[in-house]
Design a protein around this ligand. Structure first.
Ligand code: AMP
Ligand code: ZN
Length: 491
């Protein structure tokens, strides 16, 4: 077990063990880090050819919850999630077009503009949903050399063959190929893959490097030992994850749809190239958000986005609350009404937290460890049990009505729990009595202080940020962090 969990002085939750469901072993396992006290997590990020919808964002909310809980459990977490800006084809069987290239042709824009636009949308929406910033966000196009090196290693070890279309991984050279996803290799129709690339030896063989057809100049292509072309989508994630987390690492996550093709192929090529097994200790997959049932006309024909929620007057953080209402391994049906209910529940929670904060009169120290121990352990036990967020939320709801707790007790619980919840409760404004002021109504020098504090925080210069905050407070204002950015509240 790693070192004792970070102690914020208010909520001394001690380090704890955690159990996670591992897709590879098909069971809940005790999490064991490769290096004591540290965890590396890699999550398949967005393919940036169009907007990331609310379903896609579920695949970011899972690792965000995971890294928060692991942090409180005492680990130092390194979280890497990539940008797929080349190589993801419109078809899982290596035919079809590159999604980013196809979007650029369709919209008549440059690939750079498409990539920048949708990378930005994803990054902004992650923040609006309260996700912590990743430690590294590697881009596939910036790791071409690493991908080529990995393919060369596979070639040296006899796992590849070259055909007109490109360099392919030969699954017959990896006897464990079908194990990861429990595939019936004779029935690949069932896996969604059909043989549609000429001269592929087996339908499951997959492209490591796609060659540009002669006479065709692609928008994104690179030279390689096999000719000009671009990398396969699967090799990207293998090359980027090992570059930023090491040849073996702890946890790899992604949507459940990735198990049969993308992650099966990642495992095959990495275990063959590096001669490791198991390459990744724990594989975690979020189930799908089912957005098929949404009937609201406004969103019909549109992709459901964080923006859609905002248009409907729903706070993006309500979607985070909604995410926590289902276990990540359950399919979750989306309707705007359900997210509206989550919004109401979140407002109630914020209200209770602010009431406790206002009543404690600055005296957090009177919170009593014994009085709060039951709820505290119920909450963290739920999350340590394969991230059982619905059970944890039930504990959060009981804080306000639990008899015998002082305001300081309740506040200390809310602040502690928020390290996993991520609602920003420490700085929350009461939605039922908010007295925020528009930054436009504030003296200019105060706005400047606020901006300087933001810059200091971005630079991780927390000492300066705290000093600037104190100056603002002395002038009679509190800084309140909202999904739309920081704002001021008259004291
Ligand atoms: P993509 O941009 O298509 O590569 O997808 C990004 C991530 O979103 C992947 O991990 C997918 O598995 C995941 N994903 C796609 N659709 C959904 C959905 N409806 N619910 C949850 N996750 C999804
Ligand atoms: Zn991936």
């Amino acid at each position: 077990m790693g070192p004792i969990g970070q102690d914020d002085g208010v909520s001394p939750t001690p380090a704890f063990d955690i159990r996670l469901y591992d897709t590879r072993r098909r069971q809940v396992v005790d999490f064991e880090p490769l290096v004591a006290g540290r965890v590396g997590i890699y999550t398949c990020g967005p393919t940036v050819y169009g907007p990331q919808h609310l379903g896609n964002m579920r695949s970011q909310l899972l690792p965000d919850l995971l890294r928060r809980v692991l942090g409180v459990a005492g680990y130092q977490v390194r979280f890497v999630t990539n940008i797929t800006d080349v190589g993801h084809l419109t078809d899982d069987a290596d035919a079809g077009d590159d999604k980013v290239e196809a979007a650029a042709r369709l919209e008549g824009g440059s690939v750079e503009a498409i990539i920048a636009r949708w990378t930005d949308q994803w990054a902004t929406d992650r923040r609006r949903l309260g996700c912590l910033e990743p430690d590294v966000v590697p881009r596939a196009t910036e790791h071409i050399a690493e991908q080529i090196a990995m393919i060369e290693r596979l070639e040296e070890r006899g796992h590849t063959y070259v055909i007109d279309d490109g360099v392919y991984f030969d699954v017959s050279t990896f006897p464990r190929y079908a194990e990861f996803a429990h595939l019936a290799l004779d029935d690949l129709e069932a896996t969604g893959r059909v043989e549609n690339v000429a001269h592929k030896r087996h339908p499951a063989d997959f492209a490591l490097w796609k060659l540009s057809p002669s006479g065709v100049r692609r928008l994104q292509e690179w030279d390689s030992p096999w000719g000009v072309g671009f990398p396969g989508w699967h090799i990207e994630c293998s090359a980027m994850s090992i570059k930023h987390l090491g040849e073996r690492f702890d946890i790899h996550t992604g949507g459940i749809d990735h198990v049969r093709v993308h992650h099966t192929n990642e495992v095959a090529q990495t275990e063959c190239a590096l001669d490791v097994h198991p390459w990744v200790s724990v594989w975690m997959h979020n189930e799908f958000l089912d957005i098929g049932g949404e009937k609201i006309s406004k969103s019909k024909g549109h992709v459901l986005l964080v923006d859609t929620l905002v248009e409907e007057g729903i706070s993006p953080l309500a979607f985070r609350y909604f995410f926590l209402q289902a276990h990540y391994r359950q399919q979750q049906a989306f309707t705007l009404d359900l997210v509206r209910s989550a919004d109401t529940a979140l407002r109630r929670l914020v209200h209770h937290a602010v009431v406790a904060r206002d009543a404690l009169d600055g005296d957090v120290s009177s919170a009593d460890a014994a009085r709060t121990a039951g709820l505290r352990s119920a909450f963290w036990d739920a999350l340590a049990d394969d991230l059982n967020a619905p059970r944890a939320l039930a504990v959060v709801s009981s804080v306000a009505r639990e008899p015998g707790l002082t305001a300081a007790d309740r506040w200390s619980l809310y602040v502690d729990f928020d390290r996993a919840l991520g609602f920003g409760l420490a700085d929350a404004v009461d939605p039922e009595g908010a007295d925020t002021v528009d930054v436009a109504d504030v003296p200019a020098d105060l706005v400047e202080l606020l901006e300087r504090r933001q810059a200091a925080r971005s630079d991780k210069d927390f000492a300066t940020a705290d000093r600037l905050r104190d100056e603002i407070v002395e002038r009679g204002f509190d800084i309140v962090d909202t999904a739309e950015g920081p704002t001021l509240r008259r004291r």
